[in-house]
Ligand binder design. Structure first.
Ligand code: GLN
Ligand code: ZN
Length: 771
């Protein structure tokens, strides 16, 4: 029986920013290109904020957030608000007296200028949203610029809406900052004493402007934090709370459980807490019970998943809410995190089967779910029974759908044995068979897969989509590109070649379009960073491969050369990480299905005579759970699904994998467990330190540490590359080393690709000739 709590409110923490017609992206990009002026951009931004305000209000959201709009990124906005602007960006745009000046300096931090590189970018927790990493050092001097939160609050108040401003919290902001190099003994949290007084000032200003509540986001508290950091959390929120004139404080957490931070926040003198009750529901419920509830505080319950695209189970959410009513002073209903992470509106998807559309819920639909649940709490379940019945029947249709559960796929997954996860022979034996077949020289050279995506390739794809180029002409254009890429590589003198991936729009989308169980959207744009939006595929049902996906391209490329051409696939973990994944079975189960589909592709490539097959897993580390305790279970299924996709080949077929990120520490054992014959890794920016790490961890197979940082057009010299190789050979057996760039070359231009690969081949030659 649902308890009735008349005071419950419906709320969210943020909403998609760019508008239904992608207006913000278009206006921003035309501002950058010099086609539109600052006033036009500011005007569009204001219009979009007012539209969102109206949309949320009309949907029945009782407490609407503000300051969740951004021209680029909310962490950058926070750095801006605190005056944490690097010297080089101040110098790049010295005059900010006009609106254009302000925008230009802000965008200089985000995108860089000719002489001032931008802030680094990295993933926002375990999402696919990227934030700009604040650069803080012992000399950082903060000054408060509260205009954005104040203006956005005032703008909404003029419309008669008293919003709840949303701020990135001081602890999270500092923990997300970069640890500056060469400042031993300094950590960004050392700046807390300087930052907290600015938040006190900001709270006073918001109070004077009329704010009753403020939301302070501390998602960093869902990651493991040592006791000294938790002590700082307690101090910080005590200081903020004792400040005299201020709005009530809601401390928000999302993406995972609060864990040890829960008792700290529960006893802090703030007025409200927001917790994630989707994936972290059980742990957060237990945590609240363990502290005896928070009866003096407002609880904002994130019961509607803000990160996936599935219709909520309203009955289950209601029962979570009822349990929470027992544990807190008041319960409000919210999405688990900002709705920024989901597409805007399912009703825009006109091609979608209406039955499937009923299973889905994008940002706009989630508002309705939240408001319905709030009504369930304030008016009783009977008041929403119609909606709940419809919801139940849609969930039932999904559960019973032949798209969702395909017996043949399930039988096949059930029949997987441990033997399917392991190659027939150990690496030592495979290595001999591969050497006999491939006859590669010492320190074989290769690239990671993609070659530059030229303007012509993009045009050909656009023309195909627009119906201006027929299928055959498109195929021929791709074949011509493959011929050119193979010829380039032969001329440069590389050993293991690639076909260049010209036919792929994106390494996940390309396969998603060909696999049963995946679904593409027309308008499902989600912000990746700045004005870059992606349309992740949805995994709605059991996955299978109706027919070969890459064999034709691979065999064509191989027919052009005597040297081995690598077959190129995207691994199961990355396929999941860059899609919206089904929520009705463990991710590991979905990964196994994808793995079996890939296993068939791997086997077809082998049958077709492809001797080297690379299965990329660049996302393996980014989906690592936020809490350390959850990582082993994740890595278990991640490694097993990679093995399942690759272990079915003969000894003399060489399996490669590829990963690219700065930090491998957490996944070294997983890399060993994957048992690829060769792994290529990003290494140039960290001066090959990964090679020593691999050696220390006892990694037994072959490795290709990247010798070229492909993130910039800079051409490394022969000496520089040879230096990297000498470093690697110094710590790792040279007969197990490969030579390759850090990652694919699709974002690079031909001039630097030709120059660098020539240097790479020459440097390798020098090392082969060493005494
Ligand atoms: N094979 C892909 C490429 O070369 C790998 C991309 C990646 O690691 N993100 O583009
Ligand atoms: Zn890569």
């Amino acid at each position: 029986m649902t308890q009735i709590t008349p005071t419950s409110r419906a709320t969210v923490y943020g909403y998609p920013r760019q508008g239904a017609q992608r207006q913000l992206k278009k206006e921003t990009e035309s501002y950058w290109a010099g086609r539109g002026d600052a006033d036009a951009l500011l005007g569009t931004a204001r219009e979009l904020r007012l539209q969102n305000l109206a949309e949320l209000r009309d949907a029945g959201i009782d407490e609407i957030p503000s300051n969740c709009f951004s021209f680029y990124d909310h962490v950058l906005d926070t750095a801006w608000m605190l005056g944490a602007i690097p010297e080089r960006h101040l110098a790049a745009v010295p005059d900010t007296t006009s609106p254009a000046g302000e925008l230009d300096r802000y965008f200089a931090m985000a995108r860089g200028t000719a002489d001032a590189p931008p802030l680094e970018m990295t993933k926002w927790f375990d999402t696919n949203y990227h934030y700009l990493v604040p650069e803080l050092g012992p000399d950082t001097w903060f000054t408060l610029n509260a205009s954005k939160p104040l203006d956005e609050f005032a703008e909404a108040l003029e419309q008669g809406v008293r919003t709840r401003p949303v701020l990135v919290g001081p602890i999270t902001f500092l923990l997300l900052a970069k640890d500056p190099i060469g400042t031993d003994g300094f950590g960004p949290l050392d700046l807390l004493d300087q930052v907290v007084p600015l938040y006190v000032d900001l709270l006073r200003l918001l109070h004077e402007a009329g704010a009753e509540w403020v939301q302070i986001d501390e998602p960093a508290l869902v990651t493991d934090q040592p006791a000294d950091v938790l002590a700082k959390v307690a101090d910080t929120y005590t200081t903020l709370a004792v400040a005299q004139a201020r709005p009530k404080i809601l401390v928000a957490s999302y993406f995972d459980r609060l864990g040890d931070a829960l008792p700290v926040l529960a006893s802090a003198p703030v007025e409200g807490l927001a917790l994630d009750f989707t994936n972290a529901a059980a742990a957060n419920l237990d945590g609240l019970a363990a502290v005896g509830g928070i009866r003096e505080k407002r609880l904002v319950a994130g019961v509607v998943n803000g990160r996936n695209i599935w219709a909520a189970d309203l009955t289950a959410a209601l029962s979570t809410l009822s349990a929470l009513v027992e544990l807190s002073g008041s319960v409000d209903v919210a999405a688990s995190c900002s709705l920024l992470h989901v597409p805007l509106d399912v009703t825009l998807e006109t091609d979608l089967d209406p039955e499937i559309a009923g299973w889905l819920s994008f940002a706009r639909q989630k508002l309705d779910e939240i408001v319905t649940l709030r009504r369930g709490l304030t008016e009783g379940r009977a008041a929403i029974s119609n909606v709940v019945h419809l919801n139940e029947s849609r969930l039932a249709s999904r559960a019973a759908s032949p798209i969702v559960r395909v017996p043949a796929v399930r039988d096949r997954v059930a029949a997987v044995t441990d033997a399917d996860l392991h190659r027939t022979s150990p690496y030592g034996k495979r290595c001999e068979a591969q050497q006999d077949r491939l006859r590669l020289p010492e320190l074989p050279t290769t690239t990671i897969g993609s070659f530059p995506q030229t303007q012509e390739l993009r045009k050909a794809r656009a023309a195909l989509r627009a119906g201006k180029l027929d299928h055959d002409a498109y195929q021929e254009a791709m074949r011509a590109e493959i011929r050119a890429v193979i010829a380039e590589q032969e001329q440069i003198g590389l050993d293991a070649l690639v076909h260049g991936e010209p036919e792929r729009n994106d390494m996940v989308q390309y396969f998603g379009e060909q696999l049963t169980g995946f679904l593409a959207t027309q308008h499902g744009w989600v912000q990746s960073y700045g004005t870059r939006y992606v349309r992740p595929p949805l995994i709605v049902g059991d996955v299978s491969r109706p027919e070969p996906m890459t064999v034709e391209w691979a065999t064509y490329a191989q027919s052009l050369t005597e040297r081995p051409v690598k077959g190129m696939l995207t691994g199961p973990v990355t396929m999941l990480a860059w899609s919206f994944v089904r929520d009705d079975q463990p991710e590991g189960a979905t990964a196994r299905q994808v793995a079996l589909a890939l296993r068939d592709e791997v086997s077809d490539l082998e049958q077709a005579g492809i001797s080297v097959i690379q299965v990329d897993e660049p996302a393996l580390r980014e989906t690592l759970p936020l809490r350390t305790a959850d990582r082993a279970a994740y890595l278990d299924w991640a490694v097993a699904s990679f093995q399942l996709s690759t272990a079915g080949v003969r000894d003399d077929t060489q399996i490669h994998t590829h990963m690219c990120y700065a930090e491998f520490g957490d996944v070294l054992q997983a890399i060993i467990g994957m048992d690829a014959d060769v792994i290529s890794l990003e290494a140039a920016r960290s001066a090959m330190s990964i090679v020593a790490d691999l050696a220390r961890a006892g990694y037994p197979n072959e490795a290709g540490p990247g010798v070229w940082d492909i993130h910039s057009p800079r051409v490394p010299s022969v000496e520089e590359i040879a230096g990297h190789l000498r470093t690697a050979i110094g710590v790792f057996p040279s007969d197990r080393l490969w030579v390759n760039p850090d990652c694919g070359l699709k974002t690079r231009g031909y001039p630097e690709v030709r120059a660098t690969l020539a240097n790479l081949v020459e440097a390798t030659g020098q090392l082969r000739a060493r005494p």
